[in-house]
Write a protein that binds this ligand. Structure first.
Ligand code: NAG
Ligand code: NAG
Ligand code: NAG
Ligand code: NAG
Length: 456
């Protein structure tokens, strides 16, 4: 994602005449028809804002953002899994394949400004499709191979210039965020590696998952002593400082990856301890007691209603990842499922806005529609409402090659692409030389800069 200061200010709430609540869903989580109906309506609302499949448009691309397309398709694949509604399968397949680049979701139209976190969301969408046996096309690369392609382009970006490892947030020196290592990029690749590892049992993925987790835990990004996750840390301090804003998806990504590792290792203590620790923090932080303790809240931006369009997506990821986790780590189900159900009921009630009376606001804990509407809030609501199907679905768990997953492996996918394209390097070496020298000076801890000044 683009660093915050670069963002267009939050998506303007759609013109909101007709305030007031109409048509709120009183979702009954004991009744699957009720869940399906609410989910279908929210999916319809979300997709009525997507035009990528219309003539003259670019499939898979949403205006002003690239990464959200991957997140949206991931949400639709999960929606199909939970409800069986195939209405959006075609548009999902079209968008995913259009944006696949050289089988690694690094398409040249957009790749010059993408961050590692942007790319990984498409990879997570692809591994989700593989795990759920989302239909494939014979003449196209498999979902699994596209997820492998993302892994194969991200691993060479593992950065040893300082902090002894880690993925940078951004890929290019001219981007703000290039000298930052952040939770979602590292947690995203960790989760992707863990899922590839469980799906294929290939040791390379499993070892990378271990490595990314262990590295993260040497920094404030993954603080195992008190089970917190910092959003960012900077290379200028050798990854000692911490940007502590708390976001649902950072917890979701590491927790979910740990759940796959737990399942893959048959319940290894390392992963059980981590899951229990991080789940407790997640519950305490994002299901705040002062809001009743049952409904998820994006606590760092909802109280002030300052969430930007990226941030409005995050709760949906935590909701779906926690829900899948209950199938991989069965002892967590008792804690998680009631909170997903309560959050789904609350989200459905929040989907009562706009002229048509079904647009979703962001504050799930609020009884009346909060006056906002966006594709992103629809996406989050769709995710948590679909997840409430978990108790009705026979075999809800993610598959792997040895339990019926049929997506074909191609461990070489994406290796034909350049992880940091040449044409961008040339820009860096030419016009941006000054900037990159500055970047080099600032990349590592101040001690090394001082050492360089003294000895240089
Ligand atoms: C685009 O996808 C929607 C479903 O989201 C579908 O209803 C519509 O017919 C599709 N449009 C075209 C031109 O294929
Ligand atoms: C790249 O941009 C061109 C021109 O706008 C467009 O036709 C094409 O569909 C785009 N491809 C992708 C993968 O976005
Ligand atoms: C791993 O997940 C499967 C479902 O895919 C579940 O049946 C099994 O109990 C899980 N393993 C452990 C150790 O919890
Ligand atoms: C495992 O993955 C690595 C890294 O992608 C690859 O080089 C190797 O061929 C894979 N092994 C198998 C058996 O697929």
């Amino acid at each position: 994602m683009v660093p915050r200061k670069w963002l267009w200010t939050a998506f303007p709430a759609a013109s909101l005449t007709g305030l007031g609540t109409v048509n709120a869903f009183e979702l009954n989580v004991e009744d699957q028809a009720s869940i399906r109906n609410a989910a279908r309506t929210v999916a319809y609302n979300m997709m009525s804002q997507y035009h990528g499949n219309e003539s003259g448009q670019i499939p898979g691309k949403l205006p002003g953002t690239w990464w959200e397309g991957g997140a949206m398709f991931m949400t639709l694949i999960q929606y199909w899994h939970w409800t069986g509604d195939t209405s959006y399968n075609e548009v999902t397949t079209q968008g995913m394949l259009w944006q696949k680049g050289k089988d690694d979701f690094f398409p040249s139209n957009d790749s010059t400004y993408l961050g590692n976190d942007d790319q990984v969301f498409w990879g997570l969408a692809a591994i989700t499709a593989a795990e759920l046996n989302f239909p494939e096309q014979d003449d196209q690369p498999s979902w699994l191979s596209l997820a492998q392609g993302v892994f194969n382009t991200q691993v060479p970006r593992w950065d040893m210039t300082c902090c002894n490892g880690g993925l940078r947030w951004q890929i290019y020196p001219y981007q703000a965020g290039y000298t930052t290592k952040n939770a979602i990029s590292n947690g995203g690749l960790f989760q992707l590696a863990a899922r590839l590892g469980r799906y294929t049992k290939n040791e390379t993925y499993i070892q990378w998952a271990e490595k990314i987790w262990d590295w993260s835990s040497t920094t404030p990004l993954l603080k195992l002593s008190d089970w917190t996750i910092a959003d960012t840390t900077s290379m200028a301090t050798e990854c000692k400082d911490h940007g502590d804003i708390q976001w649902t998806y950072n917890y979701g990504t590491y927790l979910s990856g740990a759940a796959y590792m737990y399942n893959l290792t048959n319940g290894a203590a390392k992963w059980k301890t981590a899951i229990d620790g991080y789940l407790a923090t997640t519950m305490r932080t994002f299901f705040p007691q002062k809001l009743g303790g049952q409904v998820m809240s994006e606590i760092s931006c909802e109280p002030s209603m300052s969430c930007d369009r990226n941030q409005d997506c995050f709760k949906g990821f935590l909701a779906s990842w926690l829900t899948f986790m209950t199938t991989l780590v069965p002892h967590t189900a008792g804690d998680i499922i009631p909170k997903i159900q309560r959050s789904a009921v609350a989200a459905a009630r929040q989907c009562s806005g706009g002229e048509i009376g079904t647009q979703c606001g962001r504050r799930w804990h609020q009884a009346q529609w909060d006056g906002t509407a966006s594709l992103e809030s629809d996406m989050s609501a769709l995710s948590v409402i679909s997840s409430a199907m978990v108790n009705f679905k026979h075999n809800p768990h993610p598959l792997s090659h040895d339990t019926g997953g049929t997506s074909k492996s191609n461990p070489k996918a994406g290796t034909g692409d350049d992880p940091i394209p040449q044409r961008v390097r040339r820009i860096t070496a030419g016009g941006r030389a000054g900037a990159s020298i500055l970047t080099l000076l600032f990349v590592c801890g101040w001690t090394s800069v001082i050492a360089w000044m003294v000895h240089g």
